[in-house]
Design a binder for this molecule. Structure first.
Ligand code: ADP
Length: 531
């Protein structure tokens, strides 16, 4: 990149907010994917005016920018741009909670607001609203995940459904406000998603059409009553009836928020490292070893978790309905209230003896998963990234899979919520994963009443170049085989974007036409979800 462009960024933002050389490599180069990118520089604006200035400078100097909010995006590309020599625009300094409306249950956020920051803000101000945390951990951006159309396990599962009103810096430096936000004094900008006229918010998600500098996000009022529901099946054959029942319960509004069905292997990867010794160094994980581990930890072949909330009578009625609906279909069904959790925490050993359950082991995940469904961000799901990592994690708290050199790529296709589809999908992926030496660790998340988002982490040893190359190939094989049968991912990793966006069909051609109209010089995130 030219010295004159660097100087222009330095003049606009101050030299300390323009990083080059080693400072760039150490923080932004790390990723969980087997990818390398040359990053030109990193700049750190602190306001929307800064972002506008940066975009205009980039236009004048023909420099490509790659905006990130917190830049984690582990398993989908981390902070890496699609192309070499982009300037990463780190929006982390723009981290204000701009507005909280308790009565109408929404917040207005800047890109750098992490799940932790929002949670702590709500706690400190005693605001009775709950966020919807993702498994990616407390240090991820609420806005960044919404732009990727991610989801959480708390209330309002699908993040983009809970988004309302955006402010976007366009490639020409202009500021666009969506919904009603472009009318002076509009009263309903953050309470009515669609505004009037074409609905534009969607085109700024999973795209490279603008830099989003502000967003309204709907939260859930803290309910009068809340309980988590856990169930477990010991046999594969039970899954079909469970899927049908869960779908009915969701359609009837009994569960509030997503239900997750976790395969045994998916729970195992959250609770420890790959059992290299028991496996004699071989991969993938043998069924006999997995079963033994699962028995020790009292994990079912399928493990379900969902949330109940509302008034106390509503929650009581929901529990009763679930008991009846799942009777005879699952081997264990438990409801967990705050008071029951406290009891477990106070008397873990005594309760282990009474219930025959491994309560201390159970508590490791229960406390966190229970908290997440209530809106408390946690690192509990993040530990899965370390499954094949042979190094020690740098710390137990503040986990960062990219810095800790974990090998992780997410494949996340959408599966219609029928047992037929789930079984067909599994019959495609399992042989491919097994052949390549990887473990099949799926969660089926009911992101709505009609489909599962199946998150499949492809976990490998990033320190082993041969295994990393095989993971890369295996990923491509999974995508192609699933596509052939009609199962497509809801979100793409950097490694598969070009394959999609270069397809010659009207959809991707229109996406390119919009890109060319809004950003004719290709200043913003070239190659990201669009050419
Ligand atoms: P997280 O750290 O929460 O995973 P990121 O900041 O990595 O989120 O965001 C994920 C991806 O979304 C980024 O790689 C980037 O392409 C895009 N993105 C994030 N924030 C913005 C933004 N404010 N404007 C435009 N695109 C963004």
């Amino acid at each position: 990149m030219s010295d004159s462009a660097i100087r222009a960024f330095q003049e606009a933002l101050g030299a300390e907010h323009v990083l080059t050389g080693d400072a760039v490599v150490s923080r932004y180069d790390a990723g969980t994917e087997p990818l390398a990118r040359r990053i030109g520089a990193v700049i750190r604006p602190s306001s929307v005016e800064d972002v506008q200035r940066v975009v205009r400078i980039a236009g004048a100097h023909r420099v490509a920018l790659y905006p990130i909010s917190t830049g984690n995006n582990w398993g989908y590309g981390s902070a890496h741009p699609m192309r070499d020599d982009n300037v990463v625009v780190d929006l982390g300094r723009m981290n204000r909670v701009l507005e909280v409306n308790t009565e109408l249950a929404y917040v207005v956020l800047e890109p750098g607001v992490t799940q932790r920051r929002l949670y702590e803000h709500l706690q400190a101000e005693r605001i009775p609203l709950a966020l919807n945390p993702t498994g990616a951990g407390p240090e991820c951006s609420v806005l960044g995940n919404t732009l990727e159309r991610g989801f959480g396990i708390g209330p309002n599962g699908d993040h983009f459904l809970a988004q309302c009103g955006m402010e976007v810096v366009l490639a020409n430096g202009e500021l666009l406000r969506t919904g009603f936000g472009h009318y002076a004094n509009a009263k309903a900008t953050y309470v009515y998603k669609w505004g009037v006229g074409p609905y534009l918010d969607g085109i700024f998600t999973q795209s490279n059409y603008g830099i989003v500098t502000k967003m309204g996000v709907w939260l859930a009022p803290v309910p009068e009553a809340f309980e988590a529901c856990y169930f477990m099946c010991n046999r594969e054959e039970q899954l079909a009836a469970v899927i049908d029942t869960v779908r009915d319960l969701l359609f009837n509004g009994v569960f509030r928020g997503p239900v997750n069905l976790l395969h045994r292997n998916r729970v195992l990867i959250m609770l420890g490292r790959y059992p290299w010794d028991a496996m004699g160094g071989r991969t993938p994980l043998a069924d006999s070893v997995a079963s033994k581990l699962a028995a020790e930890k009292r994990i079912g072949v399928w493990n379900g978790v969902g949330a109940l909330s509302g008034s106390a009578p509503q929650v009581r009625a929901a529990k009763q309905t679930i008991r009846e609906a799942l009777r005879g279909k699952v081997d264990r069904l438990t409801f967990l209230s705050a008071s029951r959790l406290k009891l477990l925490q106070r008397f873990p050993r005594a309760l282990s003896m009474i219930t025959g359950m491994n309560v201390p082991e159970l508590l490791k995940t229960l406390e966190n998963s229970y908290g997440m469904m209530k809106g408390v961000p946690s690192e509990v799901a993040l530990s899965l990234a370390y499954w094949r990592n042979r190094r020690q994690a740098s710390t137990l708290d503040g986990r960062n899979p990219a810095k800790d050199h974990c090998g992780l790529m997410w494949f996340a296709p959408i599966i219609p919520m029928t047992n037929r589809d789930v079984q067909l999908f599994r019959s495609i992926i399992e042989p491919i994963l097994t052949k390549n030496g990887f473990d099949t660790c799926i969660t089926l998340t009911a992101v709505n009443e009609r489909c599962f988002d199946c998150t499949l982490p492809l976990l490998y040893d990033l320190d082993n170049p041969a295994e990393a190359a095989r993971a890369h190939e295996c990923y491509g094989e999974l995508v192609e085989a699933c596509r052939a049968q009609g199962y497509l991912p809801y979100r793409l990793g950097l490694q598969s974007m070009d394959n999609e966006t270069r397809r010659d069909d009207p959809f991707w051609r229109v996406a390119t036409t919009i890109k060319n109209a809004l950003d004719p010089d290709g200043i913003l995130a070239p190659g990201r979800y669009s050419r």
